[in-house]
Design a protein around this ligand. Structure first.
Ligand code: PMP
Length: 364
Protein backbone atom coordinates (compact mmCIF):
# COMPACT_ATOMS: atom_id res chain seq x y z
CA UNK A 1 0.00 0.00 0.00
CA UNK A 2 1.51 3.30 -1.07
CA UNK A 3 0.19 6.44 0.56
CA UNK A 4 1.13 9.76 -1.01
CA UNK A 5 2.48 12.86 0.70
CA UNK A 6 -0.83 14.70 0.87
CA UNK A 7 -0.69 18.50 0.98
CA UNK A 8 -4.33 19.04 0.07
CA UNK A 9 -6.04 22.13 1.53
CA UNK A 10 -9.14 20.23 2.57
CA UNK A 11 -10.49 17.62 2.65
CA UNK A 12 -6.98 16.84 3.79
CA UNK A 13 -4.72 14.16 5.24
CA UNK A 14 -6.07 12.36 8.31
CA UNK A 15 -3.87 10.63 10.89
CA UNK A 16 -3.23 7.04 9.77
CA UNK A 17 -4.16 5.76 13.22
CA UNK A 18 -7.62 7.26 12.82
CA UNK A 19 -8.12 5.62 9.43
CA UNK A 20 -6.91 2.26 10.72
CA UNK A 21 -9.14 2.35 13.79
CA UNK A 22 -12.15 3.31 11.70
CA UNK A 23 -11.39 0.53 9.24
CA UNK A 24 -11.06 -2.03 12.03
CA UNK A 25 -14.40 -0.96 13.50
CA UNK A 26 -16.26 -0.67 10.24
CA UNK A 27 -18.11 -4.02 10.30
CA UNK A 28 -18.64 -4.23 14.04
CA UNK A 29 -18.26 -1.22 16.29
CA UNK A 30 -17.07 -2.51 19.68
CA UNK A 31 -19.34 -5.56 19.75
CA UNK A 32 -22.48 -3.69 18.65
CA UNK A 33 -22.73 -6.00 15.62
CA UNK A 34 -23.01 -3.05 13.29
CA UNK A 35 -21.02 -0.16 11.90
CA UNK A 36 -21.33 3.37 13.28
CA UNK A 37 -22.66 4.12 9.79
CA UNK A 38 -25.68 1.93 10.50
CA UNK A 39 -26.36 2.98 14.07
CA UNK A 40 -29.23 5.12 15.36
CA UNK A 41 -28.06 8.53 16.48
CA UNK A 42 -30.37 8.05 19.48
CA UNK A 43 -28.70 4.81 20.59
CA UNK A 44 -26.69 4.59 23.82
CA UNK A 45 -23.58 3.60 21.86
CA UNK A 46 -23.83 6.70 19.67
CA UNK A 47 -24.56 8.95 22.64
CA UNK A 48 -21.27 7.80 24.10
CA UNK A 49 -19.44 8.55 20.81
CA UNK A 50 -20.70 12.14 20.50
CA UNK A 51 -20.31 12.85 24.23
CA UNK A 52 -16.77 11.53 24.13
CA UNK A 53 -15.94 13.62 21.03
CA UNK A 54 -17.16 16.77 22.78
CA UNK A 55 -15.41 15.95 26.07
CA UNK A 56 -12.11 15.31 24.29
CA UNK A 57 -12.41 18.54 22.30
CA UNK A 58 -13.16 20.43 25.51
CA UNK A 59 -10.03 18.98 27.12
CA UNK A 60 -7.65 19.66 24.24
CA UNK A 61 -8.83 23.24 23.61
CA UNK A 62 -9.66 24.03 27.24
CA UNK A 63 -13.25 25.08 26.63
CA UNK A 64 -14.97 26.36 29.78
CA UNK A 65 -18.58 25.49 30.70
CA UNK A 66 -19.70 28.97 29.65
CA UNK A 67 -19.19 27.93 26.01
CA UNK A 68 -21.26 25.39 24.09
CA UNK A 69 -19.92 23.07 21.42
CA UNK A 70 -22.12 22.30 18.41
CA UNK A 71 -21.53 19.71 15.69
CA UNK A 72 -23.49 20.95 12.69
CA UNK A 73 -23.64 20.48 8.93
CA UNK A 74 -23.44 22.81 5.94
CA UNK A 75 -19.76 23.73 6.22
CA UNK A 76 -18.26 27.05 7.20
CA UNK A 77 -20.26 28.51 4.31
CA UNK A 78 -23.56 27.99 6.10
CA UNK A 79 -22.08 29.69 9.17
CA UNK A 80 -21.53 32.80 7.02
CA UNK A 81 -25.35 33.08 7.23
CA UNK A 82 -25.93 31.50 10.65
CA UNK A 83 -23.67 34.00 12.42
CA UNK A 84 -25.62 37.11 11.36
CA UNK A 85 -28.98 35.32 11.73
CA UNK A 86 -28.12 34.57 15.35
CA UNK A 87 -26.00 37.51 16.41
CA UNK A 88 -27.10 40.59 14.42
CA UNK A 89 -29.47 41.80 17.12
CA UNK A 90 -29.22 45.48 16.26
CA UNK A 91 -28.50 44.84 12.58
CA UNK A 92 -24.92 46.03 12.53
CA UNK A 93 -21.67 44.08 12.49
CA UNK A 94 -18.07 44.66 11.45
CA UNK A 95 -16.06 42.50 9.06
CA UNK A 96 -12.36 42.34 8.34
CA UNK A 97 -11.87 41.20 4.75
CA UNK A 98 -8.55 39.40 4.44
CA UNK A 99 -9.31 37.01 1.58
CA UNK A 100 -11.94 35.11 -0.36
CA UNK A 101 -13.79 33.51 2.54
CA UNK A 102 -14.02 36.59 4.75
CA UNK A 103 -15.34 38.44 1.68
CA UNK A 104 -17.98 35.77 1.19
CA UNK A 105 -18.89 35.96 4.88
CA UNK A 106 -19.24 39.76 4.67
CA UNK A 107 -21.44 39.62 1.57
CA UNK A 108 -23.63 36.93 3.10
CA UNK A 109 -24.07 39.01 6.25
CA UNK A 110 -25.21 41.96 4.13
CA UNK A 111 -28.38 39.99 3.47
CA UNK A 112 -29.36 40.26 7.13
CA UNK A 113 -28.16 43.70 8.18
CA UNK A 114 -25.26 46.10 7.77
CA UNK A 115 -21.93 44.33 7.47
CA UNK A 116 -19.37 47.13 7.60
CA UNK A 117 -15.94 46.42 6.15
CA UNK A 118 -13.67 47.66 8.94
CA UNK A 119 -10.40 46.81 7.19
CA UNK A 120 -9.25 44.97 4.09
CA UNK A 121 -6.01 44.01 2.39
CA UNK A 122 -7.61 43.58 -1.02
CA UNK A 123 -5.41 46.32 -2.54
CA UNK A 124 -2.34 44.26 -1.55
CA UNK A 125 -3.75 41.16 -3.18
CA UNK A 126 -4.48 39.72 0.29
CA UNK A 127 -0.80 38.96 0.79
CA UNK A 128 -1.04 40.14 4.38
CA UNK A 129 -3.46 40.59 7.25
CA UNK A 130 -4.86 44.15 7.17
CA UNK A 131 -3.77 46.77 9.66
CA UNK A 132 -6.04 46.28 12.67
CA UNK A 133 -5.90 49.82 14.10
CA UNK A 134 -9.18 50.92 12.40
CA UNK A 135 -10.87 47.76 13.73
CA UNK A 136 -9.81 48.48 17.28
CA UNK A 137 -10.84 52.10 16.94
CA UNK A 138 -14.26 51.15 15.59
CA UNK A 139 -14.79 48.69 18.45
CA UNK A 140 -14.63 51.58 20.91
CA UNK A 141 -17.99 52.93 19.76
CA UNK A 142 -19.47 49.69 21.09
CA UNK A 143 -22.36 49.70 18.61
CA UNK A 144 -21.52 46.56 16.65
CA UNK A 145 -23.18 43.22 17.38
CA UNK A 146 -19.88 41.45 16.64
CA UNK A 147 -16.65 41.74 14.69
CA UNK A 148 -15.88 38.91 12.26
CA UNK A 149 -12.45 37.78 11.11
CA UNK A 150 -11.13 34.81 9.16
CA UNK A 151 -8.16 33.83 11.29
CA UNK A 152 -6.27 31.81 8.70
CA UNK A 153 -6.71 32.51 5.02
CA UNK A 154 -6.45 29.13 3.35
CA UNK A 155 -6.12 30.45 -0.21
CA UNK A 156 -3.53 33.19 0.39
CA UNK A 157 -1.56 31.49 3.15
CA UNK A 158 -1.86 34.28 5.68
CA UNK A 159 -2.88 34.19 9.32
CA UNK A 160 -3.39 36.55 12.24
CA UNK A 161 -0.44 36.50 14.62
CA UNK A 162 -2.35 38.82 16.97
CA UNK A 163 -6.09 39.11 17.40
CA UNK A 164 -7.76 42.53 17.21
CA UNK A 165 -8.67 43.95 20.61
CA UNK A 166 -12.42 44.27 20.30
CA UNK A 167 -13.18 45.42 23.88
CA UNK A 168 -16.83 44.54 24.62
CA UNK A 169 -17.73 43.65 21.05
CA UNK A 170 -17.80 39.84 20.63
CA UNK A 171 -15.09 38.58 18.28
CA UNK A 172 -16.32 35.94 15.83
CA UNK A 173 -13.70 33.94 13.93
CA UNK A 174 -13.76 31.54 11.03
CA UNK A 175 -10.99 29.22 12.20
CA UNK A 176 -11.60 26.53 9.56
CA UNK A 177 -8.00 26.15 8.48
CA UNK A 178 -6.20 26.82 11.79
CA UNK A 179 -8.50 25.00 14.21
CA UNK A 180 -6.36 22.63 16.35
CA UNK A 181 -3.15 23.83 14.62
CA UNK A 182 -2.21 25.67 17.79
CA UNK A 183 -3.69 26.60 21.16
CA UNK A 184 -6.91 28.63 20.97
CA UNK A 185 -7.65 31.08 23.78
CA UNK A 186 -11.39 30.60 23.47
CA UNK A 187 -12.26 33.27 26.02
CA UNK A 188 -11.03 35.94 23.62
CA UNK A 189 -13.90 35.06 21.29
CA UNK A 190 -17.65 35.15 21.39
CA UNK A 191 -17.83 32.43 18.78
CA UNK A 192 -15.55 30.40 16.53
CA UNK A 193 -16.54 28.05 13.75
CA UNK A 194 -14.67 25.61 11.54
CA UNK A 195 -15.39 23.21 8.76
CA UNK A 196 -13.80 19.99 10.05
CA UNK A 197 -12.16 18.93 6.80
CA UNK A 198 -8.71 20.41 7.47
CA UNK A 199 -7.48 19.52 10.94
CA UNK A 200 -10.47 18.09 12.75
CA UNK A 201 -11.93 15.31 10.63
CA UNK A 202 -13.79 14.66 7.40
CA UNK A 203 -15.90 17.05 5.33
CA UNK A 204 -19.52 17.37 6.42
CA UNK A 205 -19.03 18.34 10.06
CA UNK A 206 -18.96 21.99 11.13
CA UNK A 207 -17.83 22.76 14.65
CA UNK A 208 -19.21 25.86 16.37
CA UNK A 209 -18.03 26.95 19.80
CA UNK A 210 -20.24 29.73 21.13
CA UNK A 211 -20.44 31.65 24.37
CA UNK A 212 -23.61 30.80 26.24
CA UNK A 213 -24.73 34.41 26.77
CA UNK A 214 -24.76 35.06 23.00
CA UNK A 215 -27.59 32.60 22.48
CA UNK A 216 -30.45 33.95 24.55
CA UNK A 217 -33.89 32.37 23.99
CA UNK A 218 -35.53 33.97 20.95
CA UNK A 219 -32.37 35.91 20.18
CA UNK A 220 -32.05 34.71 16.59
CA UNK A 221 -33.62 36.77 13.80
CA UNK A 222 -37.17 35.68 12.84
CA UNK A 223 -35.86 34.50 9.45
CA UNK A 224 -33.42 32.08 11.06
CA UNK A 225 -34.26 28.44 10.22
CA UNK A 226 -34.81 26.29 13.29
CA UNK A 227 -31.80 24.18 12.33
CA UNK A 228 -29.47 27.20 12.39
CA UNK A 229 -30.68 28.62 15.71
CA UNK A 230 -27.72 28.10 18.05
CA UNK A 231 -29.93 28.08 21.17
CA UNK A 232 -32.12 25.35 19.74
CA UNK A 233 -29.13 23.29 18.60
CA UNK A 234 -27.38 23.70 21.96
CA UNK A 235 -30.53 22.63 23.84
CA UNK A 236 -30.83 19.60 21.56
CA UNK A 237 -27.16 18.62 22.02
CA UNK A 238 -26.55 18.97 18.26
CA UNK A 239 -29.27 16.32 17.75
CA UNK A 240 -32.17 18.45 16.59
CA UNK A 241 -32.20 16.17 13.56
CA UNK A 242 -29.91 13.40 12.38
CA UNK A 243 -26.35 14.68 12.71
CA UNK A 244 -23.40 13.57 10.58
CA UNK A 245 -22.94 10.53 12.80
CA UNK A 246 -19.91 8.99 11.09
CA UNK A 247 -18.20 12.34 10.62
CA UNK A 248 -18.51 13.21 14.31
CA UNK A 249 -17.20 9.75 15.22
CA UNK A 250 -14.12 10.39 13.06
CA UNK A 251 -13.66 13.86 14.57
CA UNK A 252 -13.69 12.23 18.01
CA UNK A 253 -10.88 9.92 16.91
CA UNK A 254 -8.87 12.85 15.56
CA UNK A 255 -9.32 14.71 18.88
CA UNK A 256 -8.02 11.65 20.76
CA UNK A 257 -5.05 11.47 18.44
CA UNK A 258 -4.26 15.16 19.02
CA UNK A 259 -4.48 14.59 22.78
CA UNK A 260 -2.22 11.51 22.66
CA UNK A 261 0.32 13.37 20.52
CA UNK A 262 0.70 16.05 23.19
CA UNK A 263 -2.23 18.37 22.53
CA UNK A 264 -2.30 21.76 20.87
CA UNK A 265 1.04 22.95 22.24
CA UNK A 266 2.73 19.97 20.57
CA UNK A 267 0.72 20.53 17.37
CA UNK A 268 1.87 24.14 17.21
CA UNK A 269 5.52 23.23 17.76
CA UNK A 270 5.37 20.65 14.97
CA UNK A 271 3.51 22.97 12.62
CA UNK A 272 6.02 25.76 13.24
CA UNK A 273 8.90 23.39 12.52
CA UNK A 274 7.29 22.26 9.25
CA UNK A 275 6.50 25.85 8.24
CA UNK A 276 10.01 27.06 9.10
CA UNK A 277 11.52 24.36 6.88
CA UNK A 278 9.49 25.53 3.88
CA UNK A 279 9.71 29.29 4.47
CA UNK A 280 13.45 29.01 5.08
CA UNK A 281 13.88 27.28 1.76
CA UNK A 282 11.65 29.80 -0.02
CA UNK A 283 13.53 32.76 1.43
CA UNK A 284 16.86 31.35 0.20
CA UNK A 285 15.55 30.36 -3.19
CA UNK A 286 16.20 32.05 -6.51
CA UNK A 287 13.56 29.95 -8.29
CA UNK A 288 10.65 30.06 -5.82
CA UNK A 289 9.28 32.90 -3.75
CA UNK A 290 6.81 32.96 -0.88
CA UNK A 291 3.54 34.79 -1.58
CA UNK A 292 2.53 35.94 1.91
CA UNK A 293 4.37 38.78 3.62
CA UNK A 294 6.63 37.48 6.42
CA UNK A 295 4.64 39.05 9.29
CA UNK A 296 1.40 37.43 8.11
CA UNK A 297 2.61 33.96 7.14
CA UNK A 298 0.41 30.99 7.92
CA UNK A 299 1.69 27.90 9.69
CA UNK A 300 -1.07 25.86 8.03
CA UNK A 301 -0.98 26.85 4.35
CA UNK A 302 2.33 27.81 2.73
CA UNK A 303 1.82 29.63 -0.60
CA UNK A 304 4.62 30.07 -3.12
CA UNK A 305 5.31 30.51 -6.81
CA UNK A 306 7.97 30.31 -9.47
CA UNK A 307 8.64 33.17 -11.90
CA UNK A 308 6.21 31.86 -14.56
CA UNK A 309 2.96 29.84 -14.61
CA UNK A 310 4.72 27.31 -16.88
CA UNK A 311 7.34 26.62 -14.22
CA UNK A 312 4.58 26.35 -11.59
CA UNK A 313 2.83 23.74 -13.73
CA UNK A 314 6.07 21.84 -14.22
CA UNK A 315 6.66 21.82 -10.48
CA UNK A 316 3.17 20.54 -9.69
CA UNK A 317 3.54 17.81 -12.30
CA UNK A 318 7.00 16.79 -11.10
CA UNK A 319 5.78 16.68 -7.50
CA UNK A 320 2.93 14.38 -8.44
CA UNK A 321 5.37 12.01 -10.17
CA UNK A 322 7.14 11.72 -6.80
CA UNK A 323 4.01 11.00 -4.81
CA UNK A 324 3.58 14.59 -3.61
CA UNK A 325 -0.08 15.51 -4.08
CA UNK A 326 -2.22 18.59 -3.58
CA UNK A 327 0.38 21.33 -4.05
CA UNK A 328 -1.39 23.16 -6.86
CA UNK A 329 -2.49 26.61 -5.63
CA UNK A 330 -6.18 27.52 -5.36
CA UNK A 331 -7.74 28.15 -8.76
CA UNK A 332 -8.36 31.81 -7.81
CA UNK A 333 -4.66 32.58 -7.39
CA UNK A 334 -2.58 29.89 -9.13
CA UNK A 335 0.97 29.11 -8.01
CA UNK A 336 1.52 26.49 -5.32
CA UNK A 337 0.21 25.87 -1.85
CA UNK A 338 1.38 23.27 0.63
CA UNK A 339 -1.18 22.70 3.36
CA UNK A 340 0.71 21.33 6.33
CA UNK A 341 -2.07 20.45 8.73
CA UNK A 342 -1.52 18.30 11.83
CA UNK A 343 -1.67 14.95 10.03
CA UNK A 344 1.02 16.02 7.53
CA UNK A 345 4.27 14.79 9.06
CA UNK A 346 7.69 16.40 9.15
CA UNK A 347 8.80 13.58 6.84
CA UNK A 348 6.11 14.56 4.33
CA UNK A 349 7.39 18.12 4.43
CA UNK A 350 11.00 16.92 4.07
CA UNK A 351 9.97 15.02 0.94
CA UNK A 352 8.45 18.19 -0.50
CA UNK A 353 11.50 20.25 0.50
CA UNK A 354 13.83 17.71 -1.12
CA UNK A 355 11.90 17.93 -4.38
CA UNK A 356 11.91 21.74 -4.20
CA UNK A 357 15.69 21.67 -3.83
CA UNK A 358 16.06 19.28 -6.73
CA UNK A 359 13.79 21.48 -8.87
CA UNK A 360 15.75 24.53 -7.84
CA UNK A 361 19.08 23.01 -8.82
CA UNK A 362 17.67 22.21 -12.27
CA UNK A 363 16.26 25.68 -12.89
CA UNK A 364 18.67 28.00 -11.18
N1 PMP B 1 -13.44 29.42 5.48
C1 PMP B 1 -12.19 28.99 5.27
C2 PMP B 1 -11.07 29.65 6.00
C3 PMP B 1 -11.96 27.92 4.40
O1 PMP B 1 -10.72 27.48 4.19
C4 PMP B 1 -13.06 27.31 3.74
C5 PMP B 1 -12.90 26.13 2.82
N2 PMP B 1 -11.72 25.88 2.27
C6 PMP B 1 -14.34 27.83 3.97
C7 PMP B 1 -14.49 28.86 4.86
C8 PMP B 1 -15.53 27.23 3.31
O2 PMP B 1 -15.75 26.06 3.98
P1 PMP B 1 -16.84 24.98 3.63
O3 PMP B 1 -16.42 24.36 2.34
O4 PMP B 1 -16.73 24.06 4.80
O5 PMP B 1 -18.15 25.66 3.55
Amino acid sequence: MARVHNFSAGPAALPERVLQEAAAELMDYQGCGMSVLEMSHRSAAYREIIDDAEATLRRIVGIPDSYRVLFLQGGATLQFAAVPMNLMRTGRAGYVVSGVFSGKAQREAERYGRAEVLATSEAEGFTRIPDLAPVEERAQADDLDYIHICQNNTIYGTMYHELPRCLDVPLVADVSSCFLSMPLDIERYGLVYAGAQKNAGPAGVTIVIVREDLMGAGAALPCCPTYLDYRTQADAGSMLNTPNTFGIYLCGKVFRWVEDEGGLVAMEARNREKAALLYGLLDRSTVFHAVAEPASRSIANVTFRCSTPELDAEFVEGARARGIEGVRGHRAVGGMRASIYNAVSLDDVRALAAFMEEFESRHR
